[in-house]
Design a binder for this molecule. Structure first.
Ligand code: V47
Length: 383
């Protein structure tokens, strides 16, 4: 059954037996904003091909056949954490088995180790350590900038920023300004989880609430730091919670324009206090990408993070709304502590192959989505 005008952009190949998708398809066709109820209807339908078709139309309107990736390295300076989030298998209480905190020299050395390909981005997040002085983090970033001046530093989630501020009795703005002065170039999207209080009380009761996460992002954007935004799905949240989460991000993006990329993160239950929850399914993973693309009309990029959903699923996502599959990563701890079976990292050539085999055109980007040209051990960013 088709609900579209005969000359519709969507019409060619778009079919659905679900009448709820008719009005949504017409809105997508007209580039009209989708409502809360539309978002819920997209989740409730079984017609993943129709949802994916619409998301793909939007994705191709924005990016054509291009699919972005980067050459990056994750660094997690410490896993000591005062919070006891039930969703997390990475954080450990101070003094318990398995904790680590990198000495600064060790962190700088880690940054330069791994694959021979020159990285364009350091992605730095860690636990909420009760005793590390704020100066440790400033020195960490300054030291990285001295040693790797061309590398973009995407560091510290809104949760870490709010923790530093509280610990040092500074405002969020002062904290962000000091991090920026030390060399932080942008912020990753972690810690957002699901904004709804009911869900947060169950999965991450000790973290800042949704309003505080958004307020910290608002402040970051105001002082000129761009950030990403994530959404953790596949635990105790429902369709309405996910739609509410995305619409709150969309509202802030209307105001600041500071978000670069939306990244839905699949929950990995192993070794967490929520280990009884089953892992996400392929259908669920594809839905998040497609619904994200359709609801977040003011976000330029939707990332399917291959570490979270598998390289295979990230590749398929490039036909269901995603335009980015993240990067080489090199060493991943947070999901591997929670039972992820994906490789720790991938080579640049592996990412290029995944993208090419999906019929897309690989585009190596820096964190700000500028084109990168490279030889193996050096790179140039287009201005
Ligand atoms: O905030 C923690 C999630 C996030 C688990 O900005 C878990 O480019 C699944 O935000 N199962 C951190 N998820 C990672 C993150 C991220 C990753 C890649 C790219 C970017 C970006 C950001 O990981 C946390 C939390 O939501 N997380 N534990 C778990 N058991």
């Amino acid at each position: 059954m088709s609900f579209l005008a005969p000359n519709s952009e969507l019409r060619h190949g778009f079919e659905t037996s679900d009448p709820r998708l008719g009005t949504i398809a017409a809105k997508v066709e007209a580039s009209e904003r989708l409502s809360f109820d539309d978002g819920v209807a997209l989740y409730r339908t079984g017609d993943i091909l129709a949802v994916g078709w619409m998301a793909n139309v939007v994705r191709e309107r924005m990016h054509g056949d291009i699919a972005y990736f980067n050459v990056n390295r994750h660094i997690n300076p410490t896993n000591v954490c005062v919070a006891s989030c039930r969703l997390c298998a990475f954080g450990r209480k101070k003094g318990t088995a398995g904790t680590y905190t990198m000495a600064l020299e060790e962190a700088w050395q880690t940054a330069g180790s791994g694959l021979s390909e020159a990285v364009t981005e350091f992605h730095i997040v860690g636990g909420l350590h009760p005793d590390l002085p704020f100066e440790y983090f400033e020195d960490l970033i300054r030291g990285l900038k001295v040693r790797f001046p061309k590398v973009h530093i995407k560091a510290f989630t809104m949760v870490e920023v709010a923790f530093f501020a509280k610990l040092c009795k500074m405002s969020i703005e002062q904290t962000l300004l000091r991090l920026k002065a030390a060399g932080v170039d942008s912020l990753p999207g972690g810690g957002a989880e699901i904004f709804a209080d009911r869900v947060r009380h169950i999965i991450c009761d000790h973290k800042i609430d949704g309003g505080e996460w958004l307020e910290t992002a608002r402040t970051a954007h105001r002082i000129g730091l761009r950030s990403n935004a994530t959404m953790l799905y596949g635990h105790v949240e429902n369709d309405e919670d996910r739609v509410d989460h995305m619409l709150r991000l969309r509202e802030l993006q209307d105001e600041t324009g500071g978000f670069q990329t939306f990244i839905p993160l699949a929950f990995h239950p192993d070794n967490t206090a929520l280990a009884h929850i089953p892992k996400t399914t392929g259908m669920m993973d594809l839905k998040q990408i497609a619904v994200g693309r359709l609801l977040l009309d003011n976000f330029a990029h939707i990332k399917s993070y291959w570490q979270m959903v598998s390289p295979q699923m990230a590749q398929i996502s490039l036909r269901f709304g995603a335009d980015d599959i993240d990067g080489t990563v090199i060493e991943e701890k947070i999901y591997h502590d929670a039972g992820a079976t994906t490789p720790q990292g991938m080579r640049r050539a592996d990412l290029v192959r995944l993208i090419t085999d999906a019929g897309r055109v690989p585009f190596e980007r820096d964190t700000m989505y500028r084109a990168v040209t490279r030889s193996e051990d050096s790179f140039t960013v287009a201005v």
